[in-house]
Structure formats: C-alpha cells, structure tokens
Design a protein around this ligand. Structure first.
Ligand SMILES: Cc1cc2nc3c(=O)[nH]c(=O)nc-3n(C[C@H](O)[C@H](O)[C@H](O)COP(=O)(O)OP(=O)(O)OC[C@H]3O[C@@H](n4cnc5c(N)ncnc54)[C@H](O)[C@@H]3O)c2cc1C
Length: 404
C-alpha cells in the first residue's frame, strides 16, 4: 500500500517543524516524518546542562515566545525541545513520529519514500534531517585503556572515569564541555584549532543583537577559507564570553590542533598561540565594529573599555606542549568535540558534491520538487539556527506553493 501526500517533510527538528508551519499557512497538504521524537537531537544527543547559545528573545521562531523564561535567559535544552513540541501541538501540525525514511527515490510523478512502515509518494520532498548528523572523529587512538566519546554522547562529568580528560576541539561544544569538566574537578587538556570567539555582551547588548545590527546574520556566503571556522560561544553560567585564558586560569591545559597518534603519544600542531591570537583579533573586531556602528548611529550605550583588557597568556600558550604521552599524563578519556558530517546515503539521487553537501540554490535543489532546509549556510549565515531555519522554510514553502 502506498500512501500519498502532496509534500513530504523528512525530519521533525526545528527545520522540519518550521517547514510544516509555513506549508500549513500556504494551505499545502503535507506530512512530516520523524524517525524518533519531535526535536530528538535536543532531547538525546546533547549534554545534560546544555543551554541555548543565544538568549530566549533571539533563539526562537518569530511567532512564538518561550513561556516561563526571561527573554534574556538562555533556554535549557529540555525547554527548547518542549518549545517545539508545544508549537507542534498548538498548531496541530501533521507530524508522525517513530518513522524513519530509509530510502528516497525519484518517480515520474515526484518521489517515493520508503519507511519500515510503508511507502509514501509525494510530489515534493523537503529534507530537514539536520546540519549535524554523523559524529566525526578525525584521529585513530588505539589504546583500549582510554575511554573515547564524541560530544554528542557526552552527558555530564559523572559519566567519565577517574583521571584526566583530553577534550579535542574548542568550538562551542568543546569549550563548554571543557569548562564544565574543569569546574567539576577533572584535570582537563583542551586542544584548540582556529576559531572565532565573539564577546557574549558588549556595551549592554548581547552579541546576537550586535550581529543583527551589523548585518552579519544575513551574510550570504562565508569569506573564502572561513567556512569551517568554528565559533566558541556559550550561554552557560548566565552567559560568559568564551575566553581560553579564563579556562587556563580554571586549570585547563591548552594545546594546539590535535594531529597524529603514535606509540601512546598524541601530537599537536605548533599553532596554539596563532589560534588564540586570531580568536582575540576576531573578538576585538566585533568590539571595533560595534563601536563604529554605535558612533555612526548616535546610540547612547555605556562605554566598556574593560572589555579590551585580557588576562595574561598562560604558560601552555607561551611554552606550547607539542605532544602528550597519554598514559603518563593519566588521561583516561578523550572527548572528541570535533563536529559532524552530513549523511544523505539514503537519498538515491545524483545531487551531491564531493563533500557530501547537496547541490542547491538557497535550499532549492537541482531536482524539481526536492528541497533542503536547516543546513549551514543554506541561504545565509543564520540558516542552521532556529530563526534562520524559520525564514528559509517560509521561502521554500512559497516556492512549493508556486509549483502548484
Ligand atoms: C551542541 C549544539 C548546540 C546548539 N545550540 C544551538 C542554539 O543554541 N541555538 C540555535 O539556534 N542553534 C543551535 N544549534 C544548531 C541547530 O539549531 C541544531 O543543530 C538543531 O538541532 C538543528 O535543527 P534541524 O531541525 O535542522 O535538525 P535536527 O535537530 O538535527 O533535526 C533533524 C531531525 O530529523 C530526524 N531524522 C534524521 N534522519 C531522518 C530520516 N531519514 N527519517 C526521518 N527522520 C530523520 C532526526 O531524528 C531529527 O529529529 C546547536 C547545535 C549543537 C550541535
């Protein structure tokens, strides 16, 4: 038996929910299939203490506020999942949970999606399976005595065995987890690659406000070479600027980018000072641009000269450690906060680039009727964020309506 719908949305995270809301507004009959639960990744693929990286007034759909949360607070991950669940219920969106699409093919009339519970035919398909799909672990460390886990499997400090922890990767996930582990009394080493680290707040405004004013969320394409530069930000502990000097003062040993592993030793690039310096430059550039904007617009905001004062560089930066004997350092855990890759192996269509990303223009793929939403830089810098997915979904629903 084949079930038929006009438009099939695959994935019930924020991007799938936003798409469903806009299809409903356009009066387009549709069905969302979610393999687990609504907003599953916020429920079971994030650590316990995670809060949203942006304040509640910002990290949300424009049409629904977080209930029971100050607009300036950072929503705990369970509140984020509940937010989407409530949104779906309030609007009576047609989301079917517990159904995974295992294959997507093209047919004469559109598409055929195979699931363990039957086949669904649709004229259009919107793929909303997430920007962060399959965990990436870049280096093979072959020491059975060492526990290794990816940030998507990390829950809390109590989960880790006794001993020191090496956190590899210092984007928002790695930096936040390293701080949590250090505060919990673990000895922590943190391997830091190139990164941006905007100020959490400046002159009384959150950085997400400044990025909006400076037009940065709407930037269409990343400047060459910066597409993969990770951003270290955090809403934890009320929201603090991610400052690796502060982490060092908490006892964290800073290291350069992790490289090869041989005979019990992990090697690190001699790039830590350079990475810290580039992160500082990025931080200061946001302050400079904010100051210039405030002056040009005549904004009456309190000056904050102390934002330009840094703690001294720690010895781990001035005298870098280029390799670690993991056993001698008592490292019992390596926590890989090294990101994710896309996995569209279940889509049986020749529309993917060598790096696994689909070929598309702002989410409209080369195959008529096939769309992608929620991917990083889909149409602009904001595309993988909650409100960015909302905007992209609105545009794609209008495109689908235009196809008839
Ligand atoms: C640690 C972390 C913190 C983040 N914090 C923020 C933040 O504070 N603010 C913000 O705006 N963004 C944040 N993001 C980025 C982004 O908002 C999230 O990654 C978000 O979960 C992406 O939503 P999505 O709907 O595009 O994808 P996902 O949440 O990944 O949803 C995709 C859904 O599709 C389902 N699915 C996958 N494959 C199939 C299939 N074949 N069939 C059926 N269902 C399928 C999955 O189960 C999942 O529920 C964060 C990301 C990470 C990793």
């Amino acid at each position: 038996m084949t079930e038929t719908t006009h438009t099939l949305v695959i994935g019930g995270g924020q991007a799938g929910v936003a798409t469903s809301a806009h299809l409903q507004k356009q009066g387009i009959p549709h069905l969302v299939l979610e393999r687990a639960r609504i907003a599953e990744r916020w429920r079971s693929e994030r650590w316990d203490s995670l809060v949203a990286n942006g304040p509640a007034w910002h990290d949300r759909f424009p049409e629904a506020e977080f209930q029971g949360l100050s607009p300036d607070a950072f929503a705990p991950k369970d509140a984020v999942a509940a937010y989407f669940e409530t949104f779906v219920r309030t609007r009576d969106l047609p989301i079917r949970t517990g159904v995974e699409v295992t294959r997507l093919e093209r047919t004469e009339a559109g598409f055929r999606a195979t699931t363990p519970k039957g086949v669904i035919a649709a004229r259009n398909v919107v793929v909303a399976t997430g920007p962060f799909q399959t965990p990436v672990i870049p280096t093979v460390v072959t020491d059975p005595a060492i526990t290794q886990l990816h940030s998507s499997s990390y829950r809390n400090p109590a989960q880790l065995p006794e001993g020191a922890v090496l956190v590899v990767g210092a984007g928002s996930s790695g930096a936040q987890i390293a701080e949590e582990l250090a505060r919990a009394g673990h000895r922590v080493h943190l391997s830091i690659g190139p990164h941006d680290r905007p100020p959490r707040r400046y002159r009384g405004q959150d950085f997400v406000w400044w990025l909006g004013k400076l037009g940065k969320w709407d930037v269409k394409t990343p400047s060459p070479g910066t597409e993969h530069v990770t951003i270290a930000v955090s809403g934890a502990y009320g929201g603090q600027t991610m400052d690796f000097r502060r982490l060092a003062a908490l006892g964290v040993t800073l290291l350069g980018r992790a490289g090869s592993y041989r005979d019990g030793r992990l090697h690190f690039a001699d790039d830590l000072a350079r990475n810290i310096e580039a992160g500082d430059r990025n931080y200061l550039s946001v302050l400079d641009e904010a100051d210039a904007y405030a002056a040009a617009q005549g904004l009456d905001l309190p000056a904050e000269p102390e934002a330009r004062q840094f703690l001294p560089l720690p010895p781990s930066v001035t005298q870098p450690i280029l390799s670690l004997d993991l056993a001698a350092e008592g490292i019992s855990t390596i926590l890989w906060a090294t990101g994710f890759r896309l996995d569209f192996g279940w889509i049986d269509l020749d529309i993917f680039r060598d790096d696994g990303r689909p070929r598309h223009q702002d989410g409209v793929s080369e195959v008529p009727g096939l769309y992608f939403v929620g991917l990083p830089w889909l149409s602009c810098r904001g595309s993988a964020f909650i409100w960015g997915a909302w905007r992209d979904a609105e545009r794609l629903a209008a495109h689908i309506a235009g196809r008839g």
